[in-house]
Design a protein around this ligand. Sequence first.
Ligand code: SD4
Length: 356
Amino acid sequence: MERRKFLQIPIAAVPAFLASRVFGQATLSPLPLKVKFPVVVSTWDSGITANNAAWPLLEKKGTALDAVEAAGRASEEEPSCCVGLRAWPDRDGRVTLDASIMDGDGGCGSVSFLERIKHPVSVARKVMETTPHVLLSGEGAQMFAVANGFPLEDGKLSPDAEKEWKKWLEKSQYKPVINIENRNVSELKNPPANAGGSDIAPPYRFDDGSFNHDTMATAALDSSGKLAGMVTTSGMAFKMRGRVGDSPIIGAGMFVDNEAGAAVSSGVGEEVIRICGTHTVVEQMRAGRSPEQACREAVRRIVKRDAAKAKQMQVGFLALSIKGEIGAFAIQKGFTYAVTNSEWPKGKVFEAKSYF
Ligand code: SD4
């Protein structure tokens, strides 16, 4: 079938100023974005790297579950990436990781507060496939990982993370910061060596306190029409020791149902947990809303609780419906996502619309 029949982006319906608005690599999302599947979508500009690992599997008729796991592993492995063991630590200087994975038939597994293990997303998959449980945490999750052949790493901070943590200790100011992508790196007083120069943005903080991000999340729809999702994160930088965010909580940071769609989130996890964010998004799609409308409704619920607080933070949702429609919405500007399919085999980055 002709590519045009698959790709239903009503460009004519998008006001010219929106269609042409470009942020770095990102285009403001058109609505609705319905694409040919298989397709993989990942949060942030660095979603391109995650998608690059998932796409070869999907292209060869692989499963969405394998594809999202590959996306998570690529992010956890990428030297300049913002998640995994090289990411920024908690306020006591230790990196603690959360991850989850889910298929569209209710299979799910997750790990939280996991230390010294390189691939939390794969441990989450093991939890899903080999235990009667959904979530393993802390020391128990680590013991389970080691028993299943995952090497125990040395637990040392990366040089960048150590430097940033020491800088943070000078003020030890504990407040959630706004995640943002696509701001000009030249706004940074001390840009990291590879900021803006690679596919993947390392974690960096702007002088007003905003921060790019520390989570990667992916959803995929495979050639058999099945969905899967994953999230992997080091959590909020300089969090309290023991703090767990939304990412490993099924229905908060990620939720998938083959009857409706998949949704993932990034941003201040506490706010996402309070509204069961991604479950809300999927249920809205089930009720007939488009992915973008569904994400918008979840954001509205967060803002409604406390608009003044919401103005100071970022949460973004990204959704993929079982029909292959894609949409996103965030509290603040700057939430981007990457889409990869046969139309965009190298991936295309969009910026989500936002409440503020
Ligand atoms: C958390 N949702 O631990 C994560 C943080 C995040 O980009 O998404 N950062 O709350």
